[in-house]
Design a protein around this ligand. Structure first.
Ligand SMILES: [Zn+2]
Length: 285
């Protein structure tokens, strides 16, 4: 069942849980996500970054995700992660994505508002929901890199103004997580999540959530996070399974045998996250 990002995230906002948003680059990842969602009866977001779309092609990703959504017994939204390129965002709208992110976080506030508002007007005209980002999330995600010293937390006053002026549907906030693997344990600013949630009363998004301890994730969800992005943990599950298979079976050259175990490993990691986020059992008909 293909739905808009808004439908999925408003349901999560109203019912106090978070939907997992998992990044895909290939068919096995799409299938792992849908299998996990059906097994745990979770609403889910399949998302692709601009790097993922460059790798697979926007038409291929959209087609795979749409087939998966239409066949699935659970609600599925298809989302562009960290859109920065106007043309790429338009291509996603045209290819049937039901949600897009415009990441103007590297611009000054006024320019971020201007760019976000433009995308919101176009996306809403065709029924597509929009995520934006305020504050700067540290770390490296594909071609987007923010040095640790340049990462800045989201300001609640700015967030209120940003949402009012742009009309964005959900907001990614910077509260101490970072993209990519963590060196130490990430420290989340829970008070900030609480204040922003009270001020905005709308779905909030947490990026860089791979490797964040379970208690921190659960607390963040209880304070109002409704979309949690996971990429690195899926990649690591993939890598571990492929590496183990190839080490044990150096002469097997059938791609299905090499990548098949990785699909199962990814599904297991994803299903665990769905339970952790409180999404399991929340799928509606
Ligand atoms: Zn991100």
């Amino acid at each position: 069942m293909l739905v808009s990002g808004r439908q999925i995230l408003n349901h999560a906002h109203e019912n106090g849980y978070a939907v997992g948003a998992f990044n895909v680059n290939n068919m096995e990842q799409v299938q792992a996500i849908i299998e996990a969602a059906e097994e745990t009866k979770s609403p889910v977001i399949i998302q692709a970054s601009q790097g993922g779309l460059k790798y697979a092609g926007v038409e291929y990703i959209a087609a795979m995700a749409k087939v998966a959504a239409e066949k699935a017994s659970v609600p599925v939204a298809i989302h562009l992660d960290h859109g920065t390129d106007f043309k790429q965002i338009m291509a996603c709208l045209r290819n049937g994505f039901t949600s897009v992110m415009i990441d103007g976080s590297h611009y000054e506030l006024e320019e971020n508002i201007r760019k976000t508002k433009q995308i919101v007007e176009m996306a809403h005209a065709v029924g597509v929901s929009v995520e934006a980002e305020l504050g700067k999330i540290g770390g490296v995600e594909d071609d987007i890199s923010v040095d640790e010293k340049d990462a800045t937390y989201t300001d609640p006053d700015e967030a209120e103004r940003f949402v009012k002026e742009t009309g964005v549907d959900y907001l990614a906030i910077a509260v101490g997580t970072a993209h990519g693997p963590y060196k130490g344990e990430p420290k989340l600013d829970f008070d900030r999540i609480k204040v922003i949630k009270e001020r905005l009363n709308m779905p909030l998004v947490l990026h860089g959530s791979s490797g964040v301890p379970e208690e921190s994730i659960k607390k963040a969800v209880s304070l109002g996070i409704n979309k949690i992005n996971i990429d690195t943990d899926i990649r690591m599950a993939f890598h571990k399974a492929v590496k183990a298979f190839v080490a044990d079976n150096p002469d097997v050259y059938d791609p299905r045998k090499i990548v098949g175990p990785a699909r199962i490993a990814m599904k297991e990691v994803i299903a665990e996250k769905m339970k952790m986020f409180g999404a399991a059992g929340k799928a509606w008909k």
